[in-house]
Design a protein around this ligand. Structure first.
Ligand code: DQA
Length: 137
């Protein structure tokens, strides 16, 4: 089982960024925990602050991997291009958010990802990613 987690802009700042919303842990530390927990899953991680690089990674992995877990971060609410990319590939995409975006500002209530996603998991903190991996097992 080959799964990639793709994280969008500013998620490289986890641990430092708005800890009251996103927690204190870096994604690298959390990713090591995920690898230890899901030993039978071939897990990869990619992060970019650049929309085109996220689209490129979705295209690159989207025909051969078993699952894509996508937190497009702020691009969730703006990017027709990322939304089209996930509709254009074969690999199922689970949309993930750390925070409950529906409890936050109105602009975060819109997602250009959800209509092309297999499902959406949000609001469980970093555990949202655990749940997304489990959804593929
Ligand atoms: C986020 C929610 C987005 O609204 C925000 O822009 C992010 C992170 C989340 O994981 O809660 O950067 O995707």
């Amino acid at each position: 089982m080959r799964i990639i987690i793709i994280n969008g802009p500013n998620l490289n700042l986890l641990g430092k960024r708005e800890p009251e919303v996103y927690g204190n842990k870096t994604f690298e530390d959390y990713f090591s925990e995920l690898q230890a927990k899901f030993k039978n899953v071939n897990l990869e991680y990619f992060q970019s602050n650049i929309e085109g690089e996220l689209i490129g990674k979705i295209q690159e992995t989207g025909f051969t991997y078993d699952g894509i877990i996508l937190n497009a971060a702020a691009y969730t609410h703006t990017s027709v291009g990322i939304g089209d990319a996930i509709k254009g590939v074969k690999t199922p995409v689970v949309e993930v958010h750390i925070s409950n975006t529906h409890k936050r500002e109105d602009f975060r209530h819109v997602s250009y990802i959800s209509s092309g996603a297999k499902g959406v998991i949000l609001g469980f903190g970093l555990q949202s990613y655990d749940l997304a991996i489990e959804s593929f097992l």
